[in-house]
Design a protein around this ligand. Structure first.
Ligand SMILES: *Cc1c(COP(=O)(O)O)cnc(C)c1O
Length: 459
């Protein structure tokens, strides 16, 4: 069992070391790995600080290289992979292929940048990511990174990556010098580093005298693929006194409905919203929760997943539903309320939030009305407001025609906050990757990159 009380008072890096060591028992030198993963990459030594905003506590997860919470895991994963390769004395290079709808791609490129023995190729849908997101990828640095736009939507791109894996993998394997891997959120190496910030947030509240060790708190998590909130569930299972995890959805509210009724039904319209990283109808990581809710019954999970792929729908048993509702609550927020929440929170507190955080904020407010006894609620803030400037500008009443950068300047002026340096300086960077390819050309693109030789040098 995990001695969770010992994490109280530890630094964020120490906590991360404890948690990684607990899960990755074969690994040597975890503290060194953690140090290399996070040193000089985040703009604050606290990594993920907690701020009091109105009556809530906001856990800021956007202080990493790409200003979104995925940096926490994607800073650690490449170092873990590279270290495993070294400890196992493997000689093969690791090639990461990733499809992205925006945030994952750049965070993964930053994480793998110049990591010895690894290389990464990111594919994104042509015209399907925001201009800022595209620039973040096309100007990415590092000898071992590439990005290309693919003619198709995100699903086509993702399918293209999966289809490249088989034949390409075989071919590379036969060559003997390269293995393929992925950086998406079903990789356990992405989940585990995220558990740490739930513990750090708890420590922060103890330190500030808001709670004493042992008191229960709630967390509210803006949710898409169910990775972030699942890390919270694992923290709860490890003993952290979490009463409930509030799963906040946008207009794509399949998870809220699931938590309310026990029926998961993806047969519904798909909406593009102002919180695009949560526009998702099939949350991959939910499968892991189903495993826990069924007391580890692989048979049950298999049956449910079969129903999902055949009918787009399944219903869990009443026992599983009772467990689900004991640990989770679901809320949803529409488009107007999302923008309205950004405005209201700013007017009332002077604190500027992004669209995903706004969905969580509004979810926390609705939840509070019928959650029973009140306990402190920590809202996870998953991105900087400057990453989604159009909706934030609308919330602040900024009108007129602006390009992606001048709108940041306007937001800075109106809100008296500063646009993050890492976004502002994008406009001066060289575009390195401007290829637009067909789905059918993805494998050839990968082989060409390999021929050019781009893996990180051995240290
Ligand atoms: C990915 C993402 C989410 C959703 O996280 P999941 O782990 O997919 O549930 C929320 N907000 C932002 C800004 C994201 O990039």
């Amino acid at each position: 069992d995990f001695p969770w009380k010992e994490t109280i008072g530890l630094t964020p890096l120490e906590t991360a070391s404890r948690i990684l060591s607990y899960f990755l028992t074969d690994f040597e030198e975890i503290p060194g790995v953690v140090e290399r993963a996070y040193r000089d990459k985040f703009d604050t030594p606290e990594l993920t600080p907690v701020k009091k905003v109105g009556k809530y506590y906001v856990l800021e997860l956007f202080h990493g290289p790409t200003l979104a919470f995925k940096d926490v895991a994607l800073s650690a994963l490449p170092v873990l992979m590279s270290e495993a390769r070294k400890q196992l004395k493997k000689k093969e290079n690791i090639l990461i292929l990733t499809a992205t709808s925006g945030d994952t791609g750049k965070a993964a490129m930053e994480g793998f940048k110049d990591v010895p023995g690894t290389g990464i190729i990111v594919f994104y849908p042509y015209g399907g990511v925001s201009p800022v997101q595209e620039l973040q990828m096309s100007t990415a640095e590092g000898c071992n990174v590439r990005a290309a736009a693919v003619r198709g939507n995100f699903d086509d791109t993702q399918t293209g990556v999966k289809q490249s894996f088989g034949p390409l993998g075989k071919k590379l394997e036969n060559g003997g010098s390269t293995v393929l891997s992925s950086a998406n959120s079903i990789n356990i190496g992405r989940l585990v580093p995220q558990i740490a910030y739930y513990f750090n947030a708890y420590t922060a509240l103890v330190k500030d005298g808001v709670i004493t060790a042992g008191d229960e708190i709630d967390f509210t998590v803006p949710t898409g693929n169910f990775g972030d909130i699942l890390a919270g569930w694992y923290a709860k299972k490890m003993g952290l006194p979490v009463r409930r995890l509030v799963c906040a959805s946008n207009k794509n509210n399949v998870l809220k409905n699931f938590i309310d009724t026990g029926v998961y039904d993806k047969n519904r319209p798909f909406y593009r919203t102002v919180s695009p990283s949560m526009d998702i109808l099939v949350s991959s990581n939910l499968e892991r929760l189903l495993y826990d809710l069924s007391d580890g019954s692989c048979e049950t999970v298999k049956t449910l997943m079969k129903q999902l792929s055949e009918d787009g729908k399944y219903e869990i048993s009443s026992e599983m539903l009772a467990k689900l509702q004991a640990g989770f609550a679901g809320e949803d927020t529409g488009e107007e309320d999302t923008v309205g929440t950004i405005r209201r929170v700013f007017d009332e507190t002077g604190y500027l939030i992004d669209t995903h955080t706004a969905v969580a904020f509004s979810g926390a407010e609705v939840y509070e009305k019928d959650c029973g006894a009140k306990v402190p609620n920590v809202i996870l803030s998953t991105a900087s407001a400057y990453k989604f400037p159009d909706a934030v500008a609308e919330a602040l009443g900024i009108t007129g025609e602006f390009d992606a950068f001048s709108v940041m300047d306007e937001i800075a002026k109106v809100s008296s906050t500063a646009a993050p340096e890492r976004l502002r300086t994008l406009r001066e960077k060289n575009v390195r990757f401007s290829d637009v390819i067909d789905i059918s050309g993805m494998s050839a693109y990968v082989e060409k990159a390999l021929q050019d030789g781009f893996f990180g040098e051995e240290a």
